[in-house]
Unconditional design. Structure first.
Ligand SMILES: [Zn+2]
Length: 419
């Protein structure tokens, strides 16, 4: 068969159109007091952003709907298994303008660019804006529902940190939590899932690299630690007669870098981000310390080794300070490898764009792509984050870097959907 003549132009990102779409998304939930964006999952602002994104997709000729989980999905092209692209629209409290929203906007801009160039699709493209990626209710509800991996009975039990039930929040948003299973995509109906996201870390900026291609998403375990000693007067209790829970906690915190270095891979991360003393009074020796250790690494074996090392460390610190200690592994998500062929496709697209540097890297943060990997080959492309800052109003990526990342993403999507 002779090669098909094509009159289509190479699709190109329209930066102004992309910026306008991003601004439209961020017109929902903007918080002038903090300069950030408040679109917690299923809040009025989140739902308004979803409806606006749905309307934008329909205006662009996509066949779009909101599913039972609140994901909005629009599809264009011939029948058959789709190339699914997108990210999430919800934010943390006072989040930045790019986390999630950028990946949704880039996905729809890719479809617009492909349509404008007159490219003939051989695979359909589906754009998705997922629901509750930020885990208001403790999971990644939207992508878990799409991938059909919501744990049995979880949705009925799930509440947010204020005690609001998922079912009630969904009902207030016009959704029915008892129908969540309806959102599952049929296995085989999706060829691949691709997501563009900000790095949310400092590596690309520090190294002066344009594009990050994620190889894997780290696993994450949550360990609750309780140390119990004796609360007592800070003036009358001699130093050698104390059972000071904070001193025990300090030993643990100070030793975490060495534990990560000695028992994890180079990608190990150990963090105490939340701790509480009791009674927490300036003149009283704390009798109890509670903390949460977040443990991340790129291999299950390394997570096992780190967990064992943390247990030993807590025991050692408790013994040294004559404390009682308990450690509970509250949850554990395994590391997820991303698709090597899709990583290679991103790398080829980056190499073909003049002046573009790229590197592979692990993702220390969780993303929808890790959940979607249970359903189909999945991939994740990063653009740099200034100062590594995210989940904060001053989250920022220079616009030329966004356009470059979007161009690499577009070339990859167009390649897959015309192959
Ligand atoms: Zn995100």
């Amino acid at each position: 068969m002779p090669p098909r003549q094509t009159t289509a132009a190479r699709p190109a990102i329209d930066g102004a159109r992309l910026a306008a779409l991003l601004a439209e998304i961020n017109s929902h939930g903007a918080n002038p007091a903090t300069g950030g964006y408040d679109r917690p999952a299923f809040s009025p602002a989140d739902m308004a952003a979803r409806r606006a994104f749905l309307a934008a997709m329909e205006a662009d000729g996509l066949v779009a709907h909101m599913d039972a989980a609140g994901n909005v999905i629009g599809r264009i092209g011939p029948p058959g298994p789709a190339i699914l692209i997108g990210s999430h629209l919800d934010t943390v409290a006072s989040g930045g303008p790019l986390d999630g929203a950028l990946g949704c906007a880039v996905a729809l801009e890719c479809v617009r660019a492909i349509r404008d160039a007159g490219v003939r699709l051989t695979s359909p493209i589906a754009v998705v804006a997922t629901a509750d990626e930020e885990g208001r209710f403790g999971g990644m509800l939207g992508s878990q529902a799409l991938a059909g991996v919501l744990p049995d009975g979880w949705a009925e039990r799930a509440t947010d940190s204020a005690g609001v039930r998922l079912a009630d929040a969904m009902r207030a948003a016009g959704l029915d939590a008892s129908r969540l299973a309806d959102a599952a995509l049929a296995p085989g109906s999706v060829r691949a899932f691709l997501e563009l996201h900000i790095e949310q870390g400092p590596v690309l900026e520090v190294e002066g690299i344009d594009i990050g291609i994620a190889t894997a998403v780290s696993g994450c375990a949550v360990l609750d630690v309780v140390l119990e000693g004796a609360a007592n007067h800070s003036g009358t209790t001699p130093m050698d007669m104390r059972r000071d829970a904070f001193v025990g906690l300090s030993r643990i915190g100070a030793a975490l870098p060495a534990v990560a270095r000695d028992h994890g891979t180079g990608d190990a991360r150990l963090t105490i981000g939340a701790a509480a003393l009791s009674p927490n009074a300036a003149h009283t020796i704390p009798g109890r310390a509670d903390c949460t250790i977040i443990l991340r690494d790129m291999s299950g074996e390394a997570m096992d080794a780190l967990t064992a090392a943390v247990l030993a460390l807590v025991e050692e610190a408790a013994e040294a300070e004559r404390l009682a200690a308990t450690v509970t592994v509250r949850s554990r998500l395994e590391p997820v490898a991303l698709d090597p062929a899709l990583q290679a496709a991103f790398a080829r697209s980056a190499a073909a764009l003049p002046g573009t540097s790229a590197r592979t890297m692990p993702s220390g943060a969780g993303h929808d792509a890790q959940t979607m990997a249970a359903l189909c080959p999945s991939a994740l492309l990063f653009v740099p984050s200034r100062g590594g800052i995210s989940h904060a109003p001053d989250e920022f990526t220079p616009w030329p870097a966004i356009e470059r990342g979007a161009a690499v993403f577009l070339a990859t999507v167009a390649g897959l959907a015309t192959a």
